[in-house]
Design a protein around this ligand. Structure first.
Ligand code: PMP
Length: 411
């Protein structure tokens, strides 16, 4: 077989569909977010890059700008100086630092759970936890929201457990499916709070009601909510006063908390079970202690930062109002994510290239398979650090390009 030719054909097909991903090479500059330097800006000629230029980032998941918070940077510098660069091993074999233990305590406290368990990423926490529980709990059946993230889907698949997909954010459909399943089989309902691409929010209490009725455990991914919502930024479940009804809360340290890593928070027994049986946890080098120290400092700062959350919500409102004024349609939802649907991958790329080359505004196009075909979009993520001027510039530029490309008709 011509292996190289196969790889190239697959890539060529992506290019022809407009779905080939070009990674923007960004030099983030601590203290300057949302400004950064882009090293490979498009020139408008396929395959050509221009000279490095300053950009304003409008698509970061560092939602609160914690990736440059002075407390976080200081904690990381200090931890490197005290504890060195790497963890030195897996958690089981010499890799458990005092910084990991402290962070896990902080996370358990944030979510009001007995324990927490750290992973290298949110992806790994979903994959390993759902995969391990569904595989190891005899006869376990998984109920998975139709909009769930790839990391949950892959973990569930990997477990080979029986699984059923319920309609997105639809407790009635979940109830209907659960009623068809054996009453005595163990079950787990896996869903998210804030869905990252549409920015819609799950009816957590109603899903818990259905799960309770059928004796199912609940697994909630709060990756796009932790730090941003609820008392002390503990997430949507905390905001809704239902955190204690969830069996497992899962989150990331890479978005609202601005660093990297993933975790679950749950009972002592459940965390100990995952710690003891999840290969993705056991057989992988622990996060560097400085990462754990930075994340811990970030959580502490965020817990105390109601003003930052209020400012974030205010910036989101301001962006929505400015887009309305500029005639740019955006999807309404109750979260901080502002989707602008273009509905075509090539036009989406054209729009984002123009925003970059003409206005220095960086928004990564979101294409299939991240979103369904025909719903290709910009996904704007305002942060507390975007100024009124940044917002005005975004709205003016987007309004002008939207009109010039005649997108109003296709959206
Ligand atoms: N869950 C959801 C809903 C996500 O969107 C993502 C990543 N974008 C993850 C989990 C994975 O988190 P991480 O980036 O920390 O691996």
């Amino acid at each position: 077989m011509e292996y190289e030719a196969f790889f190239r054909r697959q890539i060529d097909r992506l290019r022809a569909d407009g779905n080939y991903r070009v990674f923007a090479e960004i030099e983030r500059q601590a203290g300057n977010f949302p400004r950064a330097v882009l090293h490979n800006p498009p020139t408008g000629h396929p395959g050509e890059n221009g000279a490095p230029r300053e950009i304003t980032i409008w698509c970061s998941n560092d939602y609160l700008g914690m990736g440059q918070h002075p407390d976080v940077l200081a904690a990381m510098h200090d931890a490197i100086d005290r504890l060195g660069a790497g963890a030195g091993g897996t958690r089981n074999i010499s890799g458990t630092s005092i910084a990991h233990v402290e962070l896990e305590r902080e996370l358990a406290s944030l979510h009001g759970k007995e324990s927490a368990l750290l992973f290298a990423s949110g992806y790994m926490s979903n994959w390993a936890t759902l995969g391990t529980i569904a595989a190891r709990l005899p006869g376990c059946i998984v109920l998975s929201d139709a909009g769930n993230h790839a990391s949950m889907i892959e973990g569930i698949r990997h477990s080979r457990a029986e699984r059923h997909i319920f309609a997105h954010n639809d407790p009635a459909d979940l109830d209907r499916i659960l009623a068809t399943l054996p009453a005595d089989a163990p079950k787990i309902v896996a869903f998210e709070s804030v869905y990252s691409m549409d920015g819609d929010i799950a009816p957590i209490a109603a899903i818990c009601d259905v799960a309770d009725k059928h004796g199912a455990m609940t697994y909630l991914d709060e990756v796009h909510a932790v730090g941003l919502y609820g008392p002390q930024g503990a997430g949507i479940a905390a905001r809704d006063g239902v955190a204690d009804r969830l069996t497992i809360v899962e989150g990331t340290l890479g978005k609202g908390f601005g660093v990297v890593g993933g975790y679950i928070a749950a009972s002592d027994a459940l965390c100990d079970f995952v710690r003891s049986f999840a290969s993705g946890y056991i057989f992988s080098t622990a996060l560097p202690p400085a990462i754990a120290a930075g994340a811990c400092a970030s959580i502490r700062a965020v817990r105390a930062a109601d003003g930052l959350r209020a400012r974030h919500a205010d910036r989101v409102r301001a962006v929505r109002a400015a887009l309305d004024q500029a005639g740019v349609p955006h999807q309404l939802n109750p979260s901080h994510i502002v989707p602008v649907i273009v509905g075509d991958p090539i036009k989406t790329r054209l729009l984002t290239d123009r925003l970059l080359t003409r206005h220095g505004i960086y928004v990564q196009p979101i294409n299939y398979p991240t979103v369904p075909r025909g719903t290709e979009r910009l996904r704007l993520t305002p942060s507390p650090l975007h100024s009124d001027q940044d917002i005005a510039q975004l709205a003016t530029a987007l309004g002008a390009e939207w009109a010039e490309l005649n997108l109003a008709e296709s959206a």
